[in-house]
Ligand binder design. Structure first.
Ligand code: FES
Length: 251
């Protein structure tokens, strides 16, 4: 992602810069993100515009700058416009996505190798890492999977937002972000130790332990419900991790 420092302007003066959207020139305020600049230019997002907060990956953008051989990438909701940039939105990249029945998997490296054999087409050029707007070390998690280390791949790829820019630049035609998603799923389901307290709580719920309490709450009139809520025992702001309420009947 590329952010340029903005020159100072007065409250009444808005610095405008020229940009090109789908080949057409527009003058837009220099302080806008690409996404806002596109709206400023008169376009309207009617679907798929995403979170606008840098976490959903729906706004991948490819652009060039004048006199520069490089192709640049970024998230339209995070990247500020630059003068003369030529923009193209890339809301979806058609990377290969294998279908599988997750219930039939067990979390072994061979399963990833079988579902995504193109993993071994990686030539370690690192183009994927260079374009990642989240600074994920994409080539490193692919290398981890080639070694059979699913847990390392899941951890390294944790910040991936599935924008697909890595796949768009890959000369080996890997769908890195789909492969990483499978690694994180396998890691979460089969390789990460189960949290004991979570299992206990799920068993309690299944056994109906909280059903009477819920029925009692649902049977209250609004006033009683409000008073019950407002008089509940609350965790103090300075409580440590081992804090528990004095009344443990609802745990
Ligand atoms: S709109 Fe979600 S990351 Fe940009």
């Amino acid at each position: 992602m590329s952010i340029v420092p903005q020159e100072e302007t007065t409250a009444t003066e808005t610095k405008m810069v020229p940009i090109y959207i789908m080949g057409k020139r527009y003058e837009v305020p220099a302080t806008l993100t690409i996404m806002k600049a596109i709206e400023y230019a008169g376009y309207k997002y009617i679907r798929g515009c995403g979170c606008r907060g840098g976490v959903c990956g729906a706004c991948s953008t490819v652009y060039r700058k004048p006199g520069d051989y490089k192709i640049y990438t970024g998230l339209a909701c995070q990247t500020v416009v630059e003068p003369e940039m030529y923009l193209t939105q890339m809301p979806f990249y058609p990377a290969n996505r294998t279908t599988y029945d997750f219930g039939e998997l067990t979390g072994t490296p061979d399963e990833i190798n079988r579902l995504y054999p193109e993993l071994f087409r990686c030539v370690a050029c690192n183009a994927c890492t260079k374009v990642c707007p989240m600074d994920v070390q994409v080539m490193d998690y692919i290398a981890a999977l080639k070694r059979g280390d699913i847990q390392a791949a899941a951890e390294i790829s944790f910040d991936c937002i599935q924008c697909g820019l890595c796949a768009s630049r890959c000369m080996g035609e890997l769908p890195q972000y789909h492969i990483a998603q499978l690694a994180r799923r396998l890691n979460g389901a089969y390789l990460t130790p189960k949290a004991e307290h979570l299992q206990t709580m799920c068993a309690n719920i299944d056994a109906g332990r909280y059903d009477p309490g819920l029925a009692e709450l649902k049977g209250m009139d609004l006033e009683t419900l409000r008073n019950t809520y407002q008089s509940r025992e609350m965790e103090p702001a300075s409580a440590g991790e081992d804090w528990t309420p004095q009344d443990k009947s609802h745990l």
